[in-house]
Design a protein around this ligand. Structure first.
Ligand SMILES: [Zn+2]
Length: 423
């Protein structure tokens, strides 16, 4: 009679030779089937989905299912019960589509329990089970993942699939694939991106033989492509999107405002150099966008408007930014103090006025540390139409976070910002 026994359980067996290759064999026991029950429990299904389903398309893989039962009830009854258990596991696997792997199914009733010396008429959750053996397993107990190797930006692993930006004409980069043993790396379009071994120059597909392996990517023409990690049947287990992007240039100008009350007290021409470096580092490496100072784009400008000590209203912002260079996309005005009021502007304390995307930048913080230099790169993001939470809700790892400490840009941000570049 059916008696429910709670969640399904899984136990991995230690694989030893010579019958099995320990490096390429998984043997696990899916147990605690209900007493007199044959339902594959959710925990068993999850395990099968994670460990066996990804290998079903691989003709080199051999899967064996062995049904068992404990010794209460008659031999015939237990044989039929173990058959139903193993058939249900088989059906679960076959529901995932055409099978290229070899699948062998057998049922042993209570014989396994008997062979282990268990007394007749006893119950044991360990033998209310289906034993799953996967030979020639690609040994991927977790899905393959891509990562970058070394120190560069331009890889967005929050995208699905993860995304790599390669500046057109740039040199090759090293990437890494984890948990990809047995797979082969191929490019959907070698004219866009080639995949090579770290030191070789052959364009043959790269066989992944290590748990963690480095490979090289080489950009070609400007377009999108996908690098896939495929098994022997051609099924992709992981993908890496690649875009080779042409350079785009944002013109900018730095206006050092001179006024006894609201002019900058601490900033002088040439200070823009370190801001520009930071902007180009952040935007160049991740979006292939560079910032170039327009002719005459660094200047001291004496303003005579009476605006008080602080730039703290929208009309005052407008009075200052009226001195912008009209043909220049990103105009930065250095002033003494900006105090943004809610609703007056799009904030940051430093204030951006957009559109068209000019920035008033105050003296409040001295330049120096790297995080601070990121602030102008962040304001440049506003100039290029990005907001803190559109098109992506920013977290504290991201350039567009309200309090910027990290340079990271996501793929949607990169693509939107590039579309906003004028010219
Ligand atoms: Zn902001």
């Amino acid at each position: 009679m059916l008696r429910l026994t709670g969640p399904g359980k899984i136990r991995d067996l230690v694989v030893s030779g010579p019958k099995f290759d320990p490096a390429a064999t998984i043997i696990s026991v899916l147990y605690n089937f209900d007493i007199d029950g044959d339902a594959v429990k959710p925990q068993h299904r999850e395990w099968l989905k994670e460990h066996v389903v990804p290998q079903l398309g691989d003709p080199g893989v051999k899967i064996t299912l062995r049904g068992e039962a404990s010794r209460s009830g008659s031999d015939d009854h237990n044989l039929a019960l173990s058959q139903r258990r193993v058939k249900n596991v088989e059906r679960f696997l076959r529901d995932f589509g055409p099978l290229s792997a070899t699948l062998a199914v057998a049922a042993f009733g209570e014989k396994d329990a008997e062979g282990r010396g268990e007394d007749d008429k006893t119950e044991d959750e360990q033998v209310r089970a289906v034993i799953v053996t996967v030979e020639m397993s690609a040994h991927r107990l977790v899905p393959p993942t891509f990562d970058f190797e070394g120190n560069f930006m331009g890889f967005d692993d929050t995208a699905d699939p993860p995304w790599l930006m390669l500046p057109a004409g740039s040199s090759s980069r090293l990437m890494r694939i984890n948990n990809g043993e047995g797979l082969t790396l191929i490019s959907s379009n070698p004219g866009v991106v080639r995949v090579r071994s770290p030191f070789g120059s052959s364009d043959r597909p790269i066989a992944v033989s290590q748990q963690s392996q480095i490979f090289r990517v080489l950009p070609g023409i400007t377009a999108d492509a996908v690098i896939s990690a495929v098994d022997r049947s051609g099924k992709a287990h992981a993908k890496l999107a690649v875009s080779v992007l042409r350079p785009r240039t944002v013109t900018c100008a730095f206006h050092y405002v001179r006024n006894a009350r609201y002019g900058s007290r601490v900033r002088n021409p040439s200070d823009e150099a370190e801001f520009l470096d930071s902007m180009n580092n952040v935007w160049g490496s991740q979006a292939n966008i560079s910032f170039r100072i327009a002719p005459g784009g660094v200047r001291e400008i004496t303003l005579t408007e009476d605006l008080g000590d602080k730039i703290d209203t929208r009309p005052k912002f407008d009075r200052v930014s009226a001195h912008r260079f009209p043909g220049v996309q990103f105009n930065v005005f250095f002033v003494r103090d900006v105090e943004a009021k809610p609703g007056e502007t799009s904030t940051d304390g430093f204030t951006i006025i957009g559109p068209p995307g000019d920035c008033l930048f105050d003296d409040f913080r001295e330049s120096g540390d790297d995080a601070f230099k990121l602030v102008l790169a962040h304001e440049a993001g506003h100039c290029l139409t990005l907001d803190h939470n559109t098109p992506v809700v920013s977290n504290n790892q991201m350039l567009m976070h309200g309090i910027v400490t990290k340079p990271f840009l996501t793929k949607p941000q990169v693509l939107q910002a590039r579309r906003a570049v004028i010219g």
